[in-house]
Design a protein around this ligand. Structure first.
Ligand code: SF4
Ligand code: SF4
Length: 249
């Protein structure tokens, strides 16, 4: 079935959505005085935490790190912290930085992850947005080549920038990840420190930041599996992060 779409400008996607940012967008967000949230998830070299069909995509956007005596893959997202309305949303639900809004704002409601098909039921857009307008998807393919290019750019930035994000995290003391599928670790770094660290890593060789990662998991059963794989599990209460569990209650 084909999907039509026309944004009705309701502004819902600009509320309570942390917007993933490229590094250049992160710099812009920080320079504008915005807060960035750092979201981290990882999986182990033996595949623990990784849905098999997602391996290629997940590996390409991850950095290979050490955890305990084993290898792990860590994916780091820098996102605009939007609790409530985005700081750029005006009273008429218009974007104040429309011309330079982040890539992901241009891509919504489409997905970046190739393994997540568009599900209109879980999107913020009201029913009328899907009832009329130009074709969005025909025969399973996105119609708008411009949108296809934006999604590719976003995926490419994820791959190209992961090493730099790892270095930034190392300098900020961000070294605890969640296990993919089990949750995320979420950090709200001091933005003055964040901006200065971004400048510090610019143009540096980033192949060895040395410090290893630890896994924060939702329960003893998962901790057992992570330890058995040879990786390190956090045992102390989180000092500088929150754990967002994805485990069913
Ligand atoms: S930057 Fe603009 S388009 Fe993006 S979430 Fe904020 S208000 Fe919406
Ligand atoms: S939620 Fe959908 S319809 Fe509403 S502003 Fe965002 S993209 Fe447009």
């Amino acid at each position: 079935m084909n999907t039509t779409f026309s944004c009705v400008g309701c502004g819902k996607c600009c509320n309570d959505h942390h917007v993933p940012l490229t590094l250049a967008e992160t710099r812009m967000w920080a320079a504008d005085g915005g807060q960035v949230i750092v979201l981290v998830e990882g999986f182990l070299g033996n595949g623990l935490g990784l849905p098999v069909q997602q391996r290629e995509h997940a590996e390409r956007r991850s950095v290979v790190v050490r955890s305990g005596g084993t290898e792990a893959y860590v994916a780091i997202t820098f996102a605009a912290y939007n609790a409530g309305p985005c700081r750029n949303l005006d009273e008429d639900n218009l974007c104040r930085i429309y011309e330079r809004r982040p890539l992901v704002c241009r891509i919504y409601p489409m997905e970046i992850n190739p393994h997540i098909p568009l599900n209109t039921a879980v999107k913020e857009c009201p029913p009328e947005a899907w009832e009329k307008g130009p074709d969005l998807i025909v025969g399973g393919q996105l119609v708008d080549q411009g949108l296809v290019d934006l999604i590719q750019r976003s995926r490419q930035a994820d791959r190209d920038e992961i090493q730099t994000k790892d270095a930034i995290c190392a300098l900020l003391g961000i070294r605890t990840t969640a296990l993919k599928g089990d949750g995320f670790t979420a950090y709200l770094p001091d933005m003055a420190a964040f901006a200065s660290v971004i400048d510090q890593v610019a143009g540096k060789t980033l192949d060895d930041w040395g410090s290893e990662w630890t896994f924060h998991v939702s329960g003893d059963d998962i901790a057992g599996q992570v330890l058995e794989a040879g990786a390190q599990v956090a045992t102390d209460e989180p000092l500088n992060y929150a754990f967002i569990s994805l485990r069913a209650a």
